[in-house]
Design a protein around this ligand. Structure first.
Ligand code: FES
Length: 321
């Protein structure tokens, strides 16, 4: 994917829904309808800052049946490399921004007999659209939503209005309430699928518990929202383009390559989809793999890197680009 495939949208509303989260409504700049999507989809938002372009993935949280507008929510990240601050500080009602077409890497399983969803914080966003897909259907579902405290429970009134009747359960850290992963995951009917979205630790605990309870891998789905890690500056050489690229500490390898005018395909920009996989021609240092796509054996072999999240260290790293 590259920016030739983006859509221009206008920000028609912005709402501060928690102390850290802003909710944006986007309408097509050219009028008409937006492309169809299903619950769990995300879009990449292209943010052209003064000195740098950011491309961050955000889940679509609006109802997939409504293609007049899209809705996304952005959490201000303290450790932001710039993208979330750009959305919070630069984008106003009336701003025009570019987004890529929706992609779904966190889709509901179509033959599940039940859906159990676990959300941590901003990880609620993909579930809002998924719940719209499920609402009124025959397949049972339940959502367990864990937040720091009541003021951080984004979209709670929307959830309660639409999916009351005990299907949505809230857990407040401030009140010492925790999701009982083991109790919940050891007592689900056969054919149930699990979906988890939130911080890495939350996902790790849920997925590890599901595996320990005997859930098959094919029934466990998760999506992580984490900024790509920063690290030391390094330099790579792009063999086919014949040029060196400097990667600063707060820029990803993918962003640095794009800034040098070389396109790399991508979908998730989060180390999950595998689209940006790039062959490593030579490396006399260390590859710092942060993705969830390559196997441990692949990582040890050192012949591939996912530049959306991974970095390198060493005197000479040559990529097949
Ligand atoms: S873009 Fe998906 S793994 Fe890099």
């Amino acid at each position: 994917m590259n920016d030739g495939q983006t859509l221009e949208v206008v920000v028609t509303a912005i709402e501060q829904v928690t102390p850290l989260i802003k909710h944006f409504t986007l309408a097509p700049a050219a009028g008409g309808s937006l492309p169809a999507f299903s619950g769990g989809s995300h879009v990449i938002v292209v943010m052209r800052g003064a000195s740098r372009v950011f491309r961050n993935p955000y889940s679509l949280l609006s109802a997939p049946q409504n293609l007049d507008t899209y809705e996304i929510a952005v959490r201000r990240m303290e450790e932001s490399r710039g993208g979330s601050h750009y959305m919070h500080d630069q984008v106003k009602v009336g701003s025009r921004i570019e987004i890529a077409h929706p992609v779904n890497l966190f889709a509901l399983d179509k033959i599940a007999r039940k859906h159990v969803m676990l959300a941590g914080g901003i990880g609620i966003t993909p579930f809002l659209a998924q719940l719209e897909d499920l609402h009124g259907g025959a397949v049972p579902y339940e959502l367990h939503y864990s937040v720091r405290s009541p003021e951080h429970a984004a979209f709670l009134s929307r959830l309660r209005a639409r999916h009351g009747d005990g299907r949505v359960r809230l857990y407040y850290d401030s009140a010492g309430q925790m999701i009982d992963f083991e109790g919940l995951l050891s007592a689900q009917p056969l054919g149930t699928h699990l979906y988890v979205c939130g911080p890495a630790g939350f996902i790790g605990r849920a997925v590890d518990t599901a595996r320990a309870c005997g859930w098959p891998g094919s029934h466990i789905h998760w999506e992580q929202f984490a900024a790509p890690p920063t690290g030391d500056a390094f330099e790579v050489f792009l063999a086919r383009a014949g040029r060196s690229v400097q990667v600063p500490p707060d820029q990803t390898l993918l962003e640095a390559i794009e800034a040098a005018g070389v396109d790399v395909p991508y979908l998730c920009r989060g180390g999950v989809c595998g689209f940006c996989q790039t062959r490593v021609v030579e490396c006399d240092g260390e590859l710092l793999h942060h993705d969830h796509f390559l196997s441990d054996a692949d990582k040890a072999r050192g012949k591939s890197i996912m530049p959306c999240v991974s970095r390198a260290r060493g005197a000479r790293v040559v990529l097949d680009l």
